[in-house]
Write a protein that binds this ligand. Structure first.
Ligand SMILES: C[S@@+](CC[C@H](N)C(=O)[O-])C[C@H]1O[C@@H](n2cnc3c(N)ncnc32)[C@H](O)[C@@H]1O
Length: 239
């Protein structure tokens, strides 16, 4: 039994922003996982561990096979599922993935030991805010941010230093189950920090000439950012 995630975790995944029958089709008709990825997916679903949903898996396969990034950074490894998916689909990539939850880390260590057959993945154990400054600047071609949503805007300035010009940053779960388009007065108090963090993220990125931004309605929303210049200026409002 996994203790980190209750049955109510990942609540926004059950509030799809796309018609439910389309989501269902995306999850059932796109090629399914096989082998160890299927085992890890089934385990995570059973234990309510919030791994990427199947429509994101299909999209990541395509992205990885097409882009074949040299250096990938992930924030939020959980059990190592998305890192292993990226490794499988981009066999020459080196992947650094950050995780701080001790329970998730013990699963991730074990899964990487068993399934990272080409030794592509480096698990960085600890708090992302402390680990990020230690990583080399101008190094990564692809970043997947899949951690606490309110913190994306806090991590982004540091992440941008680590990405090469032309590199792609993918940020997961940015629609907050549709709450992001509502007024803050309609948002439950416990969700307002996330709401504010996501609004700051949108304000700083969507119309920023130093970045090319695109929002995709896959999973609970993906924000894709291309770094266009060496020094990206982000305007982050203090709220
Ligand atoms: C949604 S899960 C990651 C799922 C994984 N990317 C997948 O799809 O297989 C988010 C993970 O981020 C980790 N996390 C959240 N905030 C973090 C932080 N500040 N530093 C390091 N890890 C963090 C959590 O412990 C959790 O395991």
């Amino acid at each position: 039994m996994v203790e980190s995630y209750s049955q109510n975790a990942n609540h926004n995944m059950r509030r799809p922003v796309v018609k439910e029958d389309i989501v269902e089709m995306m999850r059932t008709r796109q090629a399914q996982n096989k082998g160890f990825l299927k085992e890890l997916e089934d385990f995570a679903r059973r234990e309510n561990i919030p791994i990427i949903p199947h429509e994101t898996v299909a999209y990541f396969r395509l992205l990885m096979q097409t882009l074949q990034p040299q250096h990938i950074l992930e924030i939020g490894a959980a059990i190592g599922y998305s890192a292993l998916l990226m490794a499988e689909n981009s066999p020459h990539s080196q992947i650094s993935t950050i995780e701080r939850n001790p329970e998730m880390l013990s699963f991730a260590r074990e899964n990487l030991k068993q399934f990272d057959r080409r030794k592509q993945i480096n698990l960085l154990e600890g708090e992302a805010l402390e680990i990020l400054p230690e990583l080399p600047d101008d190094h990564f071609d692809f970043v997947f941010m899949d951690s606490a949503k309110s913190k994306y805007i806090v991590f982004l300035p540091e992440v941008l230093k680590k990405v090469k010009v032309g590199g792609l940053i993918v940020i997961d779960d940015v629609f907050q189950g549709g709450d992001v388009v509502k007024d803050i007065s309609e948002i439950r108090r416990g969700q307002r920090t996330i709401y504010r963090g996501l609004q700051k993220l949108f304000d700083a990125t969507l119309d920023n000439p130093h970045l090319t931004a695109s929002l995709l309605s896959i999973s609970d929303g993906l924000l894709m950012l291309r770094k266009n210049v060496e020094n990206v200026h982000l305007e982050i409002e203090e709220i």
